[in-house]
Write a protein that binds this ligand. Structure first.
Ligand code: URA
Length: 293
């Protein structure tokens, strides 16, 4: 099936989700539009210019949000790879990423490329923003203070870092020239440049659920900027895969109140339910004791 078809489908899903967030519960759809929606999707055209897909929505519909990078076709379009094929594909990708100098300033400033870590057949994948100083030094994502908190969250879910996959939108630490410490948000250009690597990682792993940690991860994966406070805790779709946005662990570290931590835990309970992981009473009431006791 054509890439354009799936890009249009993703954009439509995102648009409908955005309307839903704004409180829209019904969308008027003309009978002929419904008939068109029931038609089978077009098959892929091997060569030639991309085919545009007519929008099933009336032309008065506001413009769809623009994506920083158009994602490739959905994951379900081809069968999952065997574990050996995944290992080979990931090793090839790792080599390319480790040699990448597409962002010359980041490449010059980095100590390590932070590729990603975890199981190649992980059912759950966490995606963060970009490596910080600790990750840059060690070449592994989420190993600093925010990483320790993420590891705690993963363990509280009854999982291990080894059983999930952890990656970032950017594989290099955003440089901070003239600053001895601190981090900065990746630029849209840096995100566009690096995102294809993450798409490939997700293609190889085929997680059943993706957790987007913070607004930058949401922006990179869903192609739209949205207030994380508004959209966390609600299911979204990344190329057909359920995606749960939640707060970034670094944000939780800055907050003294338990409220945001409890919200993240509620989001993780939804993820566990979606993955049909066992949930004990202790896990379900994790924050009850802290809040009442
Ligand atoms: N924050 C991120 O978003 N990613 C990391 O790997 C570490 C901190």
């Amino acid at each position: 099936m054509s890439t354009a078809y799936y890009q249009a489908l993703d954009a439509i899903i995102q648009h409908v989700e955005a309307l839903q967030e704004r409180g829209v519960r019904f969308i008027p759809v003309a009978p002929e539009t419904l008939a068109r929606l029931r038609e089978p999707p077009p098959v892929a055209v091997p060569a030639g210019p991309a085919r545009s897909v007519p929008s099933p929505f009336p032309s008065a519909t506001p413009a769809l949000p623009t994506a920083p990078a158009a994602p490739p076709p959905p994951l379900a379009a081809s069968p999952p790879l065997s574990l050996e094929a995944r290992a080979a594909a990931m090793a090839g990708l790792r080599q390319r990423v480790l040699a990448c100098v597409k962002c010359p300033r980041l490449a010059a400033a980095r100590r390590n490329v932070v590729f990603g870590v975890g199981a190649l057949d992980a059912r759950l994948m966490f995606v963060g923003e970009a490596p910080g100083a600790d990750e840059d030094a060690q070449g592994e994502p989420f190993v600093g203070r925010a990483g320790e908190l993420l590891t705690k969250i993963i363990r509280t879910m009854g999982l291990t870092r080894e059983a999930v996959y952890i990656g970032n939108i950017l594989k290099c630490r955003p440089d901070t020239p003239g600053q001895a410490s601190g981090n900065r948000k990746p630029t849209p250009e840096e995100m566009q440049t690096c995102l294809p690597y993450l798409h490939e990682q997700i293609d190889i792993i085929r997680p059943e659920v993706i957790v987007a940690l913070g607004a930058t991860a949401v922006e990179g994966l869903l192609g739209r900027t949205a207030g994380i406070t508004r959209i966390r805790g609600q299911w979204h779709t990344y190329r057909g895969t359920p995606l749960m946005p939640t707060y970034h662990p670094a944000y939780l570290l800055r907050k003294t109140s338990l409220d945001e931590k409890r919200r993240v835990w509620e989001d993780m309970l939804l993820v566990m339910e979606r993955l049909r992981l066992p949930i004990s009473e202790k896990q379900r009431n994790f924050f009850l004791k802290a809040l009442t006791g």
